[in-house]
Design a protein. Structure first.
Ligand code: XIL
Length: 580
């Protein structure tokens, strides 16, 4: 009782002070907090969030169950949830104390579905084998609870659950999350239910939003607003758009790789793999990309588990963003990838389908994905990595091989051709650069496909190379001899995924060797007309797929820009080569 009275007193005094402060501020012309400072987030674009649909009552959120499947050798085989993020929607800048209020409403038709809203202060980095979590708070309705999850970077995760009042369960639930100093205050229908220490999850000052539901479930996000809690605090909102290089930036790009190639080697695309999250959240990344490259390959966004998470659900948003970005910046797009043994969601690998059913799944997948980007994606890695790592035999483990035997390759190529007769169709693999059993086997495969009239147009040589004290990558002259026999079959060829990974040693000397090696391969591609693209697997070490904490053996430092997005010697050597 006494505590309550005291709090009441403080409350009134607080308000009286605010009132006085307001009068003073109005007199000074600086204003104070009022209802007009509240910003609406559902007015912004939610049409580009996978699984979301804007309806009269708000945004209907469907749970796609998108997840990252661990590699076969991982101890923990539980897929990691990879819910979509609204990268082309509202971005909120926050300063000081603020509150976010949301109304989450379960649908009458599916009152038991879980409903989630995630607010990211730092976006995750996602690859198809792992998700490196950033910093975020998830608010969710699960059963009779409100759950609050705090993710504070890799491996630092905490979860709380609070019972929902009966009133909150029948209709919508108003949930609010306020950051007050270094604590979060959580409210359900205007009752404070918890104060939780905030480890600084929103310190970046820039917030992104994501929403999802339990798999195949749905709910209605009925409102979402933000407001500052005192006069020193601020919330401002903007709608994030696809970045386009300005005319001014284009002029200054006269010595960029793409510009030099367009001028001196017009048939050769300068390409790179691209990830959707940095593309839409890191301005510098997007600017370098549009300035330097004339072709993009979605690094993961078109892989099966990303784009087709459930039998009837697709998550096109990330791939769409990359395609839209490429088109807006006048870049070509190479699609990756349709028939592969990796990146397959559990719904494909975990059921007892008949051979015919698997064949139908692949056909439908190809028709849907290739069909969506028909006329926009110029070429595809239809079949990826069909051979054993260093052997001459086909990989037999994939559901595609299991159901069709080696014919899955011709089948996939024909289905892709049917979906887009203009697209150039590739088989892509690694360790093919030098002569040997694997390259021989690829050559024999390509030859037999062509003899049978299967629509195959080219071979992608991935060119993932390592450079250490005792190991040097395959020499350009060796590659040159070997690639010629593929060209002699009448095929196009491309360097599809080049990186030159170093181990621990990043001395100037080693970076110089790396630069020379990059240059020797580019010169080869410039020299031989059958090469259609010189593509690297990402361009900046900041988002390399070989992240230190993930990759064994400490390889990395393999791309042409460093982790601060600064050009490395390799960049300058490619630039020099293209000037000729
Ligand atoms: C890699 C991605 O870059 C990583 O992010 C992911 O974790 C694994 O896949 N050959 C391919 C690419 O064809 O799809 C692979 O990409 C690298 C090897």
């Amino acid at each position: 009782m006494r505590v309550n009275l005291l709090e009441k007193k403080r409350y009134w005094w607080g308000h009286a002070w605010k009132g006085l402060a307001c009068i003073a501020l109005v007199a000074l012309g600086t204003g104070c907090v009022n209802a007009n400072d509240k910003v609406e987030l559902l007015d912004k674009d939610w049409t580009h969030l996978a699984g979301a649909e804007m309806v009269d009552e708000g945004v209907r959120i469907e749970g796609l169950g998108r997840a990252i499947v661990p590699t076969d050798d991982a101890d923990d085989q539980t897929p990691v949830a990879n819910p979509p993020i609204n990268l082309r929607g509202p971005v909120l800048r926050v300063k000081g104390d603020f509150a976010l209020s949301a109304r989450l409403s379960r649908l009458e038709s599916s009152p038991d579905d879980s409903a989630y809203l995630t607010i990211y202060g730092e976006l995750p980095l996602t690859q198809d084998e792992w998700r490196q979590d950033g910093r975020a708070v998830t608010l969710g309705l699960e059963g009779n609870d409100l759950i609050v999850e705090l993710q504070n970077g890799i491996d630092d995760y905490e979860r709380h659950a609070y019972p929902l009042p009966a009133s909150a369960m029948s209709q919508g639930t108003d949930v609010s999350l306020a950051r007050i100093g270094d604590r979060f205050s959580i409210r359900i229908n205007d009752e404070t239910v918890a104060l939780i220490d905030d480890p600084g999850l929103f310190d970046s000052g820039v917030l992104w939003f994501g929403a999802s539901a339990s798999e195949d479930g749905e709910y209605l996000l009925q409102s979402l607003t933000a407001r500052p809690l005192d006069r020193r605090s601020e919330v401002t909102i903007m709608d994030n758009q696809i970045p386009v290089l300005s005319a001014e930036e284009e002029v200054s790009a006269a010595t960029s790789l793409r510009h030099l190639a367009e001028k001196n080697h017009p048939r050769l695309y300068i390409g790179t793999a691209v990830a959707a999250i940095p593309l839409l959240s890191d301005k510098k990344y997007a600017r370098i990309l549009a300035r330097e490259f004339s072709m993009v390959t979605p690094e993961n966004a078109m892989k099966f588990q990303f784009i087709h998470p459930g039998p009837d659900s697709y998550a096109f948003a990330d791939a769409d963003a990359i395609v839209d970005f490429a088109q807006a910046n006048d870049m070509a797009i190479h699609g990756h990838t349709l028939a592969w043994k990796e990146a397959l969601p559990r719904w494909v690998t975990g059921s007892d389908y008949t051979d015919q059913q698997l064949k139908d799944i692949l056909a439908k997948h190809i028709a849907k994905v290739v069909g969506r980007y028909k006329g926009r994606v110029q070429s595809w890695d239809v079949v990826n990595e069909p051979f054993e790592p260093f052997g001459a035999t086909l990989r037999t483990g994939s559901p595609w091989y299991q159901s069709m035997g080696k014919d899955y390759i011709a089948f996939a190529l024909r289905e892709a051709h049917r979906a887009d007769p203009e697209a150039r169709l590739y088989i892509n693999d690694y360790a093919l650069e030098h002569p040997g059993p694997k390259s021989d086997a690829m050559h024999a495969l390509a030859k037999s496909l062509l003899e049978r009239g299967v629509p195959l147009h080219g071979i992608g040589f991935q060119m993932h190379e390592d450079m250490t004290d005792d190991y040097q990558p395959v020499e350009a002259s060796v590659f040159r001899d070997n690639v010629q026999r593929f060209i002699d079959l009448g095929l196009e060829v491309r360097i599809s995924e080049m990186d030159v990974n170093l181990q621990d040693n990043d001395s100037q000397e080693r970076l110089q060797q790396q630069a020379e090696y990059y240059r020797s391969i580019l010169e080869l591609a410039m020299d031989i007309p059958a090469f259609t693209a010189f593509s690297t697997w990402g361009f900046t070490d900041r988002y390399s797929s070989l992240q230190e904490w993930w990759e064994a053996d400490g390889f990395g430092n393999g791309l042409i820009f460093d982790a601060n997005h600064q050009p490395k010697p390799a960049y300058f050597s490619l630039q020099e080569a293209l000037k000729e």
